[in-house]
Design a protein around this ligand. Structure first.
Ligand SMILES: NC(=O)c1ccc[n+]([C@@H]2O[C@H](COP(=O)([O-])OP(=O)(O)OC[C@H]3O[C@@H](n4cnc5c(N)ncnc54)[C@H](OP(=O)(O)O)[C@@H]3O)[C@@H](O)[C@H]2O)c1
Length: 331
């Protein structure tokens, strides 16, 4: 798989990376998560599944891995895999995130799955945890779901904590979420520490239903930031798993284009991201090896202008898209 430089970070990434949100804990809000976990959710079973998907990804050339403190044991599973396969720190690029604390206690029916607190105190605690688990493998540390109203981008104690990490060689990023992703990112582009931009990379949602952050991501790319795309499949809504009656027209349009290009619906949606000139790496959120294999079809999917023209009508108003995402059930 083609490897590219993640903006000016000095890190190399594969065009498709693997996100571990669905692999690190028994409950997640992707559409059919429960079905993917049907063969067991003990810690041992989940670690073995995560390792199988990581092995398959590695074999196909995936070299970027995305975790977070709140993804259950994702950091631990990634670290045990890197260790057991003897993968050197320079051979893979690893990003993780701080700001949410996992509170589900390995239960799918937990009342609260994660608690958000973007304070300097949480940064200090979670950075120490992530570094003790991932050691020299931790390349990029991101604010998890920064928003303007959280105030995190204006907090001098957080900026000082991030700068300290940066001085120690960890690249600093933020992930953004919600209908105001673009505004948050544009504000982040202005944040400086001692005269230089603080943020090295951004992780944002961009997909065929919600492309509103595109122009801001172009600006981030032009400014030298690394650009990572998440939720390219709209949490499973852009896959055959989506049986919602209101999605029938969208899925049928996608299926038509996928058929014309000889690929699958999920691969086509990922290929749409790969075709964006500002995208360095797009995350596969595969929960199983067969999903990963289908997702990697994006590399050969041949996204073209006709597909872009015909699928433009799928775009949803950002508020409607994020409201729908907010209704996805943990399973
Ligand atoms: N705020 C943040 O920083 C943030 C937020 C979200 C995600 N992320 C990162 O981005 C990564 C990807 O995001 P995501 O997993 O939320 O969303 P996604 O990539 O939009 O959706 C992935 C889901 O789509 C389904 N899927 C994929 N291929 C499929 C196939 N061939 N057939 C049927 N279903 C298929 C699977 O869900 P089911 O099998 O469960 O249906 C899979 O878990 C995460 O792992 C995480 O690393 C970061």
């Amino acid at each position: 798989m083609q490897q590219v430089s993640l903006g000016n970070t000095g890190l190399m990434v594969s065009r498709i990376g693997l996100g571990l949100a669905a692999l690190g804990r028994p409950g997640y809000m992707n559409l059919g998560h429960a079905r993917d976990m049907a063969d067991g959710v003990s810690v041992e079973a989940m670690e073995a599944r995560a390792h199988r998907v990581l092995d398959a990804a590695w074999t196909r050339g995936v070299r970027y891995f995305d975790a977070a403190r709140s993804y259950g044991r994702a950091e631990e599973f990634l670290a045990s895999w890197l260790r057991s396969r003897g993968i050197a720190a320079e051979a893979a690029t690893v990003g993780s995130k701080w700001g949410y604390t996992y509170t589900a206690g390995w239960r799918v029916d937990a009342e609260v799955h994660e608690v958000k607190d973007l304070s300097a105190a949480v940064l200090a605690r979670q950075a120490a945890e992530s570094r003790s688990i991932l050691g020299a493998h931790l390349d990029l540390y991101q604010i998890h779901s920064a928003t303007l109203e959280s105030g995190v981008l204006a907090d001098p104690a957080v900026a000082a904590g991030l700068a300290e990490l940066k001085n120690e060689g960890v690249r600093i990023g933020l992930s953004v979420t919600g209908p105001a992703q673009a505004e948050t990112l544009r504000r982040a582009l202005e944040v400086e520490w001692e005269g230089s931009p603080l943020f090295d990379a951004v992780q944002a949602t961009w997909n065929l239903l919600e492309p509103s952050a595109g122009a801001a991501l172009g600006a981030a790319h032009a400014a030298g930031m690394g650009v990572v795309v998440k939720e390219a499949l709209a949490n499973g809504r852009l896959t055959e798993r989506n049986q919602a009656p209101e999605a029938r027209r969208t899925l049928s349009a996608l299926r038509g284009e996928a058929g014309r290009l000889g690929t699958t619906v999920d691969a086509l949606a990922l290929a749409a991201v790969l075709a964006q000139p500002w995208a360095h790496v797009v995350l596969s959120g595969a929960a199983a090896e067969r999903q990963l294999a289908a997702n990697l079809g994006a590399l050969e999917a041949g996204w073209d202008d006709d597909a872009a023209d015909r699928l433009r009508g799928m775009v949803e108003a950002p508020e409607a898209y994020w409201a729908q995402r907010g209704r996805l059930r943990w399973n």
